[in-house]
Structures are given as structure tokens and as C-alpha cells.
Design a binder for this molecule. Structure first.
Ligand code: GLC
Length: 475
């Protein structure tokens, strides 16, 4: 489904934006980047902003009403072609093809190792985005993460620009040899003799957006800045934190076609039906033991090992874990091992399954996110939209969205572990289980989560105000 299902207001039809990303749901989705870019673009479009979405042509995806244009890029980045048209699943889109871009997975080979020519592929893509901007002359160029960061070295200057940081940990570092290939401001990309795309992008962009206010604070510290904290501090108010939203056209328990029964804050019966369906799917008996859902990529960032370490405490204060995810082998092996040893406590589905993901958000009682760091995080907001109480660590955007219901009983919507370790997380989990077992508290916490506005409406309004401000300033 395209769009956020909300009434369209079209209040901003004066700005057109060239918006470049390595992922865009549902066309190409590896992580939260895909959901965040597509959710934002749908809202911008329904607010009237004219957005051209530009993504790499990884899979030679067919388009209706296609037009194409070849782009004027340096020899090493060509031939480069932009194909624009209508995607059935994603609306209007422009695919860029450059040498080496077509691969079965955007970033990694079958063993999970990064393609060795990733710099070549994404730098050629970035050069092509710069050439496309030259052709289209948009009001704003908006780039996302390191894959598009070199674009700023291919813009002659003058056009207002935004760079959004979804994860600062990946900066696209590579050898200094690339610097000679960057036609504009190449010095901005130089760090310690190497090429650092993100360092250049944050230096050159008119605005740098971090995907939550707390993440904007964290990346100004040595612990959170991944080597760039001084640059982040120097940005002053050019660095802004704007929390992501969720696409409420996709994530809405009253319209979700993937779930067993619809429900809404004032009609919650359907949630119990979804719970039964989930228990059925994993072969567990219906009992009062709460079901903790986990929907995640299995990578160190997400802290799944921290959660799995808590399983040995599960009989002290019973809970059961349903985990859906794929990723690093050691984490999948650990989850599989526990599921075999404790089949009544841990169920593990190794893979990526859109429908089962929705069933978990709807059918689980609690959702666990033990992240080591989390620039924004979307699953905690999706969970709250579905009346599933989040249990999280106090990092990044989780701090901006989840309020601990023991610390703040009047407004709490979840449970927060102040430390990023199993002892802290098991405490938060136990506090959540206790609250969930009290029907009055459970209902109040669920209602607060469900009634809050997690949509992209407000975050998109802030992005539009930012576009208008930088356009006015430059003209
Ligand atoms: C990355 C971050 C995640 C964020 C997402 C979208 O995946 O790890 O926290 O929500 O990008 O911005």
C-alpha cells in the first residue's frame, strides 16, 4: 500500500526535492533505512511536496510509463542511466544504473561479506545522483547515509542540501585515492589520508538530520560520535534531531491485512484473537505466561545476545520469547540452541517474513529491543501502535519514544533498562511482566501507546519547514 492512509492536506506544494537513498521499502529493504525513507516520502507527498525518489537499480525492476536519460558522469562512474516511471508497489521512482550496481543483495555476498567493490558502486551511484540533480535542478537535494554521501562532491554548489544520518557507524571509509575523483570540495572528504564520505557530507550539507533528538545529542559525544563528534559539535544548529515516524498506512491494527483480527484502542478483542493465532503458529499452549516478541536484524547493534542471556531467568518471572530475524550466524546459532534446549520458552524463526512480523507485533504482549545503540528505532513505535508494550534499553531514539511506566506511572508507555546489559534488561523485563499481569495497568499502558501519534505527520512537517528555510536562505 502506498501512502499513510491519512487525509491528504497538500499544505506544501511549493518545494521539489531530489531524494536519494540506497534502500526504499518495499522495493529494496535491508533494514530500517528502507522503512524510514519510504514512510517519510509518502508523508511528504501527501503534504504536497514533489519528491523524486532516486535509488540504485539493483534488480532491474520493471516500471510503467518509463522514460530514461543517460547521465553525464566521469568515465569511471559510467555509463550511468536514470530510468523514471511508476512502480506498482512504491509509486513514482527513479532507478539509477551504474557499473556493478546490479546485485542480488545491495551490500553483501552470499557469505554475508560486503561486496569488495562497494565504494566503486556507491560512489558511481553518488556521482550519478549529482549529475541527475544538475539535470533536474530541484529546490533541495536530500541524501541519506554513506551510500549517497559522495553526492555532495558532485554538486557545484548553490543547491540547498540535507544529509540524514540513519547510522553514523557506517561512514564508507576507503582509500585516499578516491579524493582525486571528487570534482568539488574534495578536501572536505579527506580524513587522515583516507576518503570519508560521511565526513564530507556533514561538512557540506546545509542541514544534517539525526533520526532522533537524543541521537543528535549522542553523536556529539566521543562515545557516540564514531570519530566525528568534534565535527558534530562544530555543526551547531545545522545539526537537528528529528524523530522518525512509522508509516501508519502499513502499520495500523484496524486495517492490517496480515493479522487475524482487526482491533483499535476502543475495541481490543481482536488483539486476543491475534495472540491465539501467534501461540498456534509457534505451537504453544494458551496460558497467562506473557509472550515477548522480537522482530529484528540479528546484528550486534540490536543486542539480541543480551536478551538471550536473560532466558535462564525466565522461570523466576515467566515469559516466552518469539524471535523473528536473520543476520549474523553466531546470533542465529545462539537463538536456535536456546529454542532447542527450552522449546516452551524460546521460538526462533530464522528469516525475514513480512506477514509473520505483523503477526508478532499484533499477537505478542511485550516487545523486546535490547539495543546497544539505536539512532531511532521503528519497532518500538510499531509495537505501541499495536498495543504491545515495549521493553527497551535507554539509548538513542528509544529514549525519545519510550517512557518507563514505573518511573512515570501517569504517562509511562513501556519499560526502560538504564543499563545495556542482561542484569538491567532482565529487571526491565520483570517489571514489564508484573505490570502486564495487572489488567488495569496493562490496559492503561497499552492505551497510551496506541493513542499517541507515531505517524510521519509531525516529523515530515519539521522536515518541510527545514526545506523551506534553507531554500529561502539561499535565494
Ligand atoms: C537505522 C537505525 C535505526 C533507524 C533506521 C531508520 O536502521 O539503526 O535506529 O530507525 O536506520 O532511520
Amino acid at each position: 500500500m502506498v501512502g499513510n492512509g491519512l487525509e491528504e492536506t497538500k499544505w506544501c506544494d511549493t518545494v521539489n526535492v531530489l531524494f536519494a537513498s540506497a534502500e526504499f521499502a518495499p522495493l529494496v529493504r535491508v533494514g530500517g533505512l528502507a522503512e524510514a525513507t519510504s514512510g517519510l516520502v509518502h508523508q511528504l507527498r501527501s503534504d504536497g511536496v514533489d519528491v523524486e525518489v532516486v535509488i540504485p537499480d539493483y534488480f532491474d525492476t520493471p516500471l510503467a510509463d518509463e522514460t530514461s536519460v543517460s547521465l553525464d558522469v566521469p568515465d569511471w562512474a559510467g555509463p550511468a542511466v536514470a530510468r523514471s516511471g511508476m512502480s506498482e508497489k512504491a509509486g513514482p521512482v527513479t532507478f539509477i544504473s551504474v557499473p556493478g550496481v546490479q546485485r542480488p543483495n545491495p551490500y553483501v555476498d552470499a557469505n554475508g561479506d560486503g561486496w569488495s567493490d562497494n565504494p566503486d558502486r556507491f560512489f558511481a551511484f553518488s556521482a550519478a545522483v549529482g549529475a541527475l540533480a544538475d539535470l533536474r535542478q530541484p529546490d533541495v537535494v536530500h541524501c541519506n547515509d554513506w551510500h549517497t554521501a559522495l553526492t555532495f562532491g558532485f554538486l557545484p554548489g548553490g543547491v540547498p542540501t540535507v544529509f540524514t544520518i540513519h547510522t553514523l557507524g557506517y561512514q564508507g571509509w576507503t582509500s585516499g585515492g578516491w579524493l582525486d575523483r571528487i570534482p568539488h570540495h574534495s578536501e572536505a572528504f579527506e580524513r587522515h589520508g583516507g576518503t570519508n564520505p560521511v565526513a564530507g557530507a556533514i561538512t557540506l550539507a546545509d542541514r544534517v538530520v539525526a533520526v532522533s533528538p537524543n541521537y543528535a545529542d549522542e553523536i556529539r559525544t566521543p562515545e557516540g560520535g564514531s570519530g566525528l563528534h568534534e565535527e558534530m559539535i562544530a555543526l551547531g544548529d545545522r545539526l537537528v534531531g528529528i524523530r522518525n515516524g512509522i508509516d501508519t498506512g502499513v502499520w495500523n491494527p484496524s486495517t492490517d491485512a496480515f493479522i487475524e483480527a482487526d482491533y483499535a484502542p476502543d475495541a481490543m478483542a481482536g488483539k486476543s484473537v491475534c495472540r491465539e493465532k501467534l501461540l498456534d503458529a509457534v505451537g504453544w499452549a494458551d496460558s497467562e505466561v506473557p509472550v515477548v516478541g522480537v522482530v529484528t536484524r540479528l546484528v550486534e547493534q540490536k543486542g539480541i545476545d543480551i536478551l538471550l542471556d536473560t532466558v535462564r531467568y525466565a522461570d523466576l518471572m515467566p515469559f516466552r520469547l518469539v524471535i523473528l530475524g536473520s543476520g549474523e550466524k553466531w546470533l542465529a546459532d545462539y537463538a536456535r540452541h536456546l529454542a532447542t534446549e527450552f522449546p516452551e520458552t524460546v521460538a526462533f524463526h530464522d528469516g525475514y517474513d513480512v506477514a509473520f512480523g505483523h503477526e508478532i507485533f499484533a499477537g505478542a504482549d511485550l516487545l523486546a529491543m535490547p539495543s546497544r545503540f539505536e539512532p531511532c528505532g521503528l519497532a518500538q513505535m510499531q509495537a505501541m501502535e499495536y498495543g504491545t508494550i515495549p521493553v527497551v534499553t535507554a539509548v538513542g531514539g528509544l529514549v525519545d519514544t519510550v517512557i518507563d511506566a514505573d518511573l512515570d506511572p501517569e504517562i509511562g508507555n513501556g519499560f526502560v533498562s538504564q543499563s545495556v546489559d542482561s542484569a538491567g534488561f532482565v529487571d526491565a523485563l520483570h517489571r514489564a511482566v508484573r505490570a502486564w499481569s495487572d489488567l488495569g495497568r496493562r490496559g492503561a499502558i497499552q492505551q497510551r501507546g496506541m493513542k499517541a501519534d507515531w505517524s510521519w505527520r509531525e516529523p515530515a512537517r519539521r522536515q518541510i519547514e527545514m526545506y523551506i528555510e534553507i531554500v529561502n536562505r539561499k535565494s
